[in-house]
Write a protein that binds this ligand. Sequence first.
Ligand code: GAP
Length: 468
Amino acid sequence: MSEKIKNDQSKLDKIVALSKNRGFIFPGSEIYGGLANTWDYGPLGVELKNSIKREWWKFFVQEDKNAVGIDGGILMNPNVWVASGHVGGFSDPLKDCKSCKTRHRADNLIANSPIGKKQSIDTDAMSTTQMDEYVEANKINCPHCGKSDWTQIRQFNLMFKTNRGVTDDSSSVVYLRPETAQAQFVNFQNLQRVSRLKLPFGVGQIGKAFRNEITPGNFTFRTVEFEQMEYQYFTHASTSMDDYEMFKSRAMEFYIKRLGIEKKQLKFKDHGTALSHYAKAAVDAQYNFPFGFGEIGGTHHRGTFDLGNHQTHSGKNMEYVDPVTNEKYIPTVIESSHGCDRLVLAVLCNAYHEETLEGDDVRVVLKLKPCLAPYKVAVLPLQKKDLGEKSDEIFALLAKNFMTTYDETASIGKRYRRQDEIGTPFCVTVDFETLEDDCVTIRYRDTMKQERVPIKKLVNHITKKLSK
Ligand code: GAP
């Protein structure tokens, strides 16, 4: 009955179409021809995204007595980005095609070229000179015009720059944050003081980050504006490698147990020696998207890089004094960082199923973990006129407890399919018997089985199923 669909471009195309048609994700500013790498989340997308954020917050902050949260500003003093290393070192290696004037990332040119693919070149391990030489030696062509006439690599800073106030000289420059993490670092002393937590403790944050990415993304995979869910764990250097390993496992546990992502579609990619400017050790968690494995999150051993640099640049003390041993030290940071938009995409790809039923009938169903589904319940009156009032009462009862939708158009079969396509785990059908026995029929998305449940037990019944 169930058919495994191929994990390829056609699957991605179907997900893009479903997202647009059903209201998960729309292209950004579409009526003006769009804006590259920007997207808007529609009525269902915002629910799915909020559910993922809620699960993340529960897992990393709410359920841990040694964790607190913060919601920092997008704009920060520009010296923050000098101290963090982003002004000096947060850049992509770009080459311009002299023939058609398009701009390309050198690492992508190499990795996506026929020779690069054949040799499985790891560009992370190459210097800019090596990349220039490789492009030259292998006559790698411009993907836009097909010529091979390149400038040397130039480093292009990924931060969006803007000006604050009435002047637009260098003294008014501010940046849109390229990562949320710095709010946890610059507030370290505030956070420790108000929470009265002893080390080790963690601070979670969810918020927008911005990067001037020039590479077209696979759907929402690489965008210029995205949300990060970042958790910084302040600890002692002596235990930090064990903490790093623990947070690698925690990330996988979150993806598998809380988001319902299939374990076999996930893997780690160690950064080896190709580390970010701040990291002592780092690993990406990757999901097997229809376009191949791509990063969804990372665990980073940031050492004392951030707090140490903020102490130097701000002149403010960033040390922690151990209340038992009196040891004074700059805490080491282990970061668990997750891309919310990439997780929305991974969850959609993971949930998308096509099932062939009797007579070649194909059912599209999003097998989302019930707690993530945009609508948890749909109320479906079998008939509009006589069952409308009762159905409205049931909607009001359910909507106080769950995101609930209401659909009274088309045949009941079509309405079930509509809900399957958007992942609604429970459909509540109101029929003429309901008026007599105060019971409704619940139909389950995954099994398509149905059972009769008294209205007075409905909220408890669904709550129990949602907690699984
Ligand atoms: N604070 C560490 C940091 O920002 P990162 O690996 O650069 O690390 C963390 O980013 C996560 O943010 C990534 O694993 C990815 O999920 C997400 N992310 C990064 N760039 C992105 C982009 N251009 N579009 C969408 N998500 C992105």
